[in-house]
Design a protein around this ligand. Structure first.
Ligand code: CAA
Ligand code: FAD
Length: 379
């Protein structure tokens, strides 16, 4: 068992850390306040290879391992979780799925621009009446011979208006329940495809979340991914890797808040000494550091399993469950350590606290992670 990163992994972490400081930190408060999508920053991340990190260079990716992905997600999320969720969705829920399951023609047409950062992708599973209960989705894709006719609504779609390529899940045979679900590549701009208004969110406000409406959208037959009926297993498989991304995002939000709290505790004086000299504050920092370290190891373990071709569904759900709860606890304590200053925007920790909350909800709520984990435990 090795606990050392390779030189390449350290270099990638440093590149992400530098990028977060120089490109993400300036303007992060304004982007959050005005719900401004980090378009420039995403373009630059694409140029650095961070939008198709684990995709083979043959398809425009950086050919890196999942450990490097965890490192990058942590560093970006310390500063700006609105940007890191775009990175996570594009890498884990779109590029990974296309590389693993799309055919050669689909890869050339869709994966190459997505992995090289020329375009952004979206993953469209949730619906107004079906989020956690994903098999109950109602969007339909009726086989019309040379195309499918897509009808329905998807909800809460990250990159909803900024994406060019959408992976959309729909029922081709509702009688077959989840065995009748298929995944389709849908291009923006097809007649009948409309994008709802931007959601006004508590956190990750710079990211772009929309409902998508499909009314008699003609999706070419060749845009179905995999065999007929493969869609639900495809979605579940992608979420296994996606949850490593969101676990690492939660880890980054926690470690970003922790680093700010340590610095503030050293700088701020109360009762004639620095906050850091009060044992009550020291113990809070000790608990934060311990939990963050545990969350980081869980993210690495899940990534290592993925990199080594071993089953990782349980490990990624555990990492996501734990890291998201740590993010919530750590950011709440970081605000507490900052006192009144923590409650205003200039000190960053209130944003990190708002951003932490979503990590317990998207890509499967904490309750859903417990369902996945307990099924594994009891199997
Ligand atoms: N890999 C492959 N197949 C899997 C699988 C996996 N990890 N997990 C389940 N399956 C298969 C099962 O084997 C089963 O197939 P068979 O009947 O052929 O055996 C089928 O999927 C249905 O499985 P279940 O019976 O376990 O289904 P369920 O209705 O009990 O629910 C669930 C399973 C785990 C709760 C699932 O519905 C789920 O994960 N829900 C949460 C949805 C979610 O995470 N959404 C995230 C949207 S994306 C997002 O949020 C992005 C973002 O924020 C940025
Ligand atoms: P519900 O499923 O209605 O759950 C409500 C509550 O009930 C939760 O606490 C839940 O844990 C609990 N609950 C439900 N079932 C059970 C059960 N069996 N046992 C115990 N408790 C249960 N989706 C996408 O497809 N693509 C995206 O890009 C995407 N991005 C998102 C971005 C944001 C900002 C947000 C807010 C959501 C996003 N989602 C996306 C949707 C997200 O995945 C869902 O919100 C999430 O899966 C929960 O579904 P729901 O909101 O319908 O809640």
């Amino acid at each position: 068992m090795h606990f050392e990163l390779t030189d390449e992994q350290k270099m990638i972490r440093q590149a992400a850390r530098d990028f977060a400081q120089t490109e993400l930190k300036p303007g992060v408060i304004e982007r959050d306040e005005h719900q401004k999508f980090p378009a420039e920053q995403i373009k630059k991340l694409g140029e650095l290879g961070f939008l198709g990190m684990m995709v083979s260079p043959q398809y425009g990716g950086a050919g890196l391992d999942a450990i490097s992905y965890v490192l990058v997600m942590e560093e970006l999320s310390k500063i700006d979780a609105s940007t890191s969720v775009v990175v996570s969705v594009n890498n884990s829920l779109v590029c990974y799925g296309l590389e693993k399951y799309a055919n050669e023609e689909q890869k050339q047409k869709y994966l190459v621009p997505l992995a090289s950062g020329q375009q952004i992708g979206a993953f469209c599973l949730s619906e107004p009446e079906a989020g956690s209960d994903a098999t109950s989705q109602r969007t339909t894709a009726i086989d019309m011979g040379d195309h499918y006719l897509l009808n329905g609504t998807k909800n809460w779609i990250t990159n909803g208006s900024t994406a060019s390529t959408y992976i959309v899940f729909a029922q081709t045979d509702i009688e077959k329940k989840h065995h009748g679900i298929n995944a389709f590549i849908v291009e923006k701009g097809l007649p009948g495809f409309t994008i709802g208004p931007k959601e006004n969110k508590m956190g990750v406000r710079g990211s772009d979340t929309h409902s998508l409406m499909f009314t008699d959208v003609k999706v070419p037959k060749e845009n179905r991914i995999g065999e007929d009926g493969f869609g639900f297993k495809f979605a579940m498989n992608l979420l296994e890797g996606g949850r490593i991304g969101i676990a690492s995002q939660a880890l980054g939000i926690a470690s970003g808040a922790y680093e700010l709290a340590v610095q503030y505790a050293k700088d701020r004086k109360a009762f004639g000494k620095s906050l850091a000299d009060h044992q009550a504050i020291q113990f809070k920092l000790a608990d934060m550091a311990t939990e963050i370290e545990a969350a980081r190891l869980m993210c690495f373990k899940a990534a290592w399993l993925k990199d080594h071709g071993k089953p990782y569904a349980q490990a990624s759900s555990m990492a996501k469950l734990y890291a998201s709860e740590v993010a919530m606890r750590t950011t709440t304590e970081a605000v507490q350590i900052h006192g009144g200053y923590g409650y205003v925007k200039e000190y960053h920790v209130e944003r990190l606290m708002r951003d932490a909350k979503i990590t317990q909800i998207y890509e499967g709520t904490s309750e859903i992670q417990r369902i996945v984990i307990s099924r594994g435990v009891l199997k």
